[in-house]
Design a protein around this ligand. Structure first.
Ligand SMILES: [Ca+2]
Length: 124
């Protein structure tokens, strides 16, 4: 299972290209460009599992730093500032890593079982 099972290769290329310059990476913009914002929670969960390379159940700082390389092998690592901003955006409980819980949030008024991709991914 790879990310290209879920995402369009040309979308990934455009998204990587848009954040080529150091400190130009924005999780929200990137996720919108690769088409992740339109994915269903089960699909996003599968993507999360790919990004969690050591299968710890969390995406830690070192995995975040190499985040772009999951999408394209030749992509640059994120800078320290970008990694930290990304972590802050996705780390809901402040434990220094992103868990699946940090990637989804319950939509107010909906069934508690319906998980919605969180703000890291989606600007609805
Ligand atoms: Ca991990």
């Amino acid at each position: 299972m790879t990310l290209t099972d879920f995402l369009v290769v040309s979308d990934i290329a455009s998204a990587i290209n848009a954040c080529r310059a150091n400190d130009s990476f924005s999780p929200k913009k990137f996720f919108a460009m690769v088409g992740l914002s339109k994915k269903s929670p089960p699909e996003i969960e599968k993507i999360f599992m790919i990004l969690d390379q050591d299968k710890s159940g969390y995406i830690e700082q070192d995995e975040l730093q190499l985040f772009l390389q999951n999408f394209s092998k030749g992509a640059r690592p994120l800078t320290t500032a970008e990694t930290r901003a990304f972590l802050l955006a996705g780390d809901k409980d402040g434990n220094g890593k992103i868990g699946w819980d940090g990637w989804v949030t319950r939509q107010r008024g909906s069934s508690p079982k319906v998980l919605q991709p969180c703000h890291v991914f989606i600007k609805r």
